[in-house]
Design a protein around this ligand. Structure first.
Ligand code: NAP
Length: 288
């Protein structure tokens, strides 16, 4: 049940989002695939009819689901909306994939963990989400895993950024233009992940993904940072003179608790699919 035939057709949901845009950019390097980029307007994954219509029209071999409810703080007050997209819509999509022998690549998050571990999280660590966002994303993972005949890969990532959408990189650039000094948290650890590097890894993985590969995989760039270190590197890369002040998490109370440790151990995806993980601070120099 390997998926190695040429001209596989890939359908990307949430195509206007951050990762969707990165996949669109990287798709030019993968001429052996046909791509269908489905924006929310074209495909609403909360609607079974919408999913079925788009599948009927485009007959994809693989669906890459980047659509999600990603507003971590807003989710605390709007859990119905978070679960509707991150659990129920994922269940619908996975069931339709299963019924039509379509493989599913789904994106998840380090927020499924409690962030209290002292070492990097492997796929074997039992999740313990502390936020509505994390709980809803875990519920989505479980909906996929419940389908015994589905070919799937769930890829958890962390600290995603790019030139598109809302993310830390863009927030720092905006603040850096407005202020001389920016205070940034220095006691939360993670690995910034350039959306284009994740997109490349996903498209590389698609080449060999088969039923035997069903499972969860972690992917991020490599190295280690705090938000403070990330902010400093962003300003340096852009030759901005903004000063960065390290502060503790207590200085920045948020509605949803942020994990202290977001570092994912990515050995499994490298060993299984041979994807590359550039150092996060080198990846930062390649942002488009
Ligand atoms: N950002 C991070 O730091 C981070 C970290 C770890 C994991 N992740 C995961 O990575 C994945 C991609 O994240 P991202 O940053 O690319 O997210 P994003 O920029 O928020 O993109 C999500 C896209 O989904 C669309 N969407 C919303 N509701 C939809 C629906 N009913 N049907 C179809 N599309 C819908 C959104 O459209 P509208 O904007 O028009 O609503 C948006 O274009 C998500 O699964 C996320 O949970 C993200």
């Amino acid at each position: 049940m390997g998926l190695t035939k040429p001209h596989k057709r890939l359908l990307i949901t949430g195509a206007d989002g951050q990762l969707g845009c990165a996949l669109r950019e990287e798709s030019v390097q993968f001429s052996n695939y046909e791509f269908v980029f489905a924006t929310k307007k074209m495909l609403d994954i909360t609607s079974k009819a919408s999913i079925q219509n788009v599948i009927e029209a485009h007959k994809p071999d693989i669906i890459i689901n980047t659509a999600a409810y990603t507003a971590v703080d807003a989710a605390e007050k709007d859990s119905d909306a978070a679960y509707a997209l991150n659990q129920e819509a994922v269940r619908l999509l996975a069931e339709v994939c299963d019924q039509n022998a379509i493989a599913l690549i789904h994106i998840s998050t380090d927020y499924v963990f409690d962030g209290m571990a002292s070492i990097a999280y492997t796929e074997e660590v039992v999740p313990n989400p502390q936020t509505v966002y994390g709980k809803s994303k875990l519920a989505g993972e479980q909906a996929i895993q419940a389908l015994d005949t589905l070919t799937y890969a769930i890829i958890r990532t962390s600290w995603l950024y790019s030139a598109y959408g809302h993310n830390f990189y863009k927030t720092m650039i905006r603040l850096g233009k407005e202020r001389e000094t920016v205070s940034v948290v220095d006691d939360q650890y993670g690995i910034p992940t350039l959306a284009n590097d994740l997109a490349k890894a996903i498209l590389q993985l698609v080449t060999t993904l088969g039923y035997a590969h069903r499972g969860i995989y972690h992917y991020s760039n490599s190295g280690k940072a705090t938000w403070y270190a990330f902010a400093k590197a962003i300003f340096e890369s852009l030759e901005m003179e903004t000063k960065v002040l390290p502060v503790s998490s207590e200085a920045f109370p948020t509605v949803a608790t942020r994990p202290k440790n977001s570092i994912l151990n990515c050995t499994k995806i490298v060993d299984t699919f041979g994807v590359s993980r550039p150092l996060w601070n080198e990846a930062l120099q390649h942002i488009i």
